[in-house]
Design a protein around this ligand. Structure first.
Ligand SMILES: O=C(O)CCC(=O)C(=O)O
Length: 267
């Protein structure tokens, strides 16, 4: 199976249908380049100051990472609430929850000499699966061209939980594709699709941002209430605040006495 690439004009419905089938798709050149360069500018000092904080056996020792991007880069909200991605999330997750939420927002810069990351499923931290339901989608945005050589994300197509070939355990020999894509593109994949960062054998870093979205009745991967200071959170538009979790899921889940109608409350 080959990772399907769609142009930015492709109807989200077509992309969502392919995603259901293969567990991963690419939409090329979807991001506004000026948005990417602003985010990059906002993140750079943080990469320099604390990018090594998350280095470990899983993330690698030549990879810089930043978490909870809404605390660090106001412009990252443009990608987090990108209408195209939200439409796809609505189609995939919408039928199984009242509202979906941001799971995590992470910047990943793979530096020269980094090894390929171990293949994994992002949603394995949820201890049980529900038949026929995907819990999460991820959107990996390329901030420079992703190539075979510089660490384009590795993906195992059709390995997702709701796919025809659901792979609970990855066989030793498996076809792995690379999300080779130009700057500003996005790899959209399920939380249950096996994938991992690629090895970087070039002389330059590969930079990307992954935002995940999960069913609203699941606990969020990143705690947005603690990660994003209140004054920063409250300045975001309503859509972003809702994605962060500043709303109840239906009438009874995540309710807040300060908002007795359980509609939504200000950050
Ligand atoms: O950097 C990448 O391409 C993917 C990283 C990843 O899958 C992860 O850290 O969970």
């Amino acid at each position: 199976m080959t990772l399907m690439r769609f142009p930015p004009q492709a109807p989200p419905n077509d992309v969502a249908q392919e995603l259901q089938k293969t567990g991963a798709v690419i939409v090329t050149s979807l991001a506004d380049p000026s948005v990417l360069s602003l985010i990059e500018k906002e993140l750079r000092p943080h990469f320099e100051k604390e990018g090594e904080k998350f280095q470990n056996d899983f993330n690698g020792y030549k990879t810089l990472r930043l978490a909870a991007l809404l605390a660090l880069s106001p412009t990252s909200a443009e990608l987090i609430a990108h209408p195209y991605i939200l439409e796809i999330a609505e189609q995939i997750l919408g039928p199984h929850c009242e509202c979906f939420r941001l799971g995590s927002a992470t910047a990943i810069e793979i530096w020269p000499g980094e090894n390929a990351q171990v293949l994994h499923r992002d949603d394995d931290f949820y201890p049980y699966r529900v038949p026929g339901i995907e819990y999460q989608i991820g959107a990996m945005w390329s901030f420079n061209d992703f190539t075979m050589e510089n660490g384009a994300t590795q993906v195992v197509s059709e390995s997702h939980w709701t796919g025809a070939n659901n792979l609970d355990v990855l066989p030793e020999h498996i076809d792995v594709e690379h999300a080779v894509m130009p700057i500003g593109s996005v790899l959209i994949y399920f939380g249950s699709t096996w994938h991992g960062g690629g090895a970087n054998t070039t002389d330059n870093p590969r930079t990307g941002v992954i935002n995940t979205y999960a069913l609203g009745w699941l606990r969020q991967e990143e705690n947005q209430y603690l990660s994003v200071p209140k004054d920063i959170a409250s300045a975001y538009p309503e859509t972003v605040k809702r994605l962060m979790g500043y709303q109840a899921h239906g009438e009874y889940l995540g309710v807040y006495p300060g908002d007795p109608d359980n509609r939504w409350y200000e950050a």
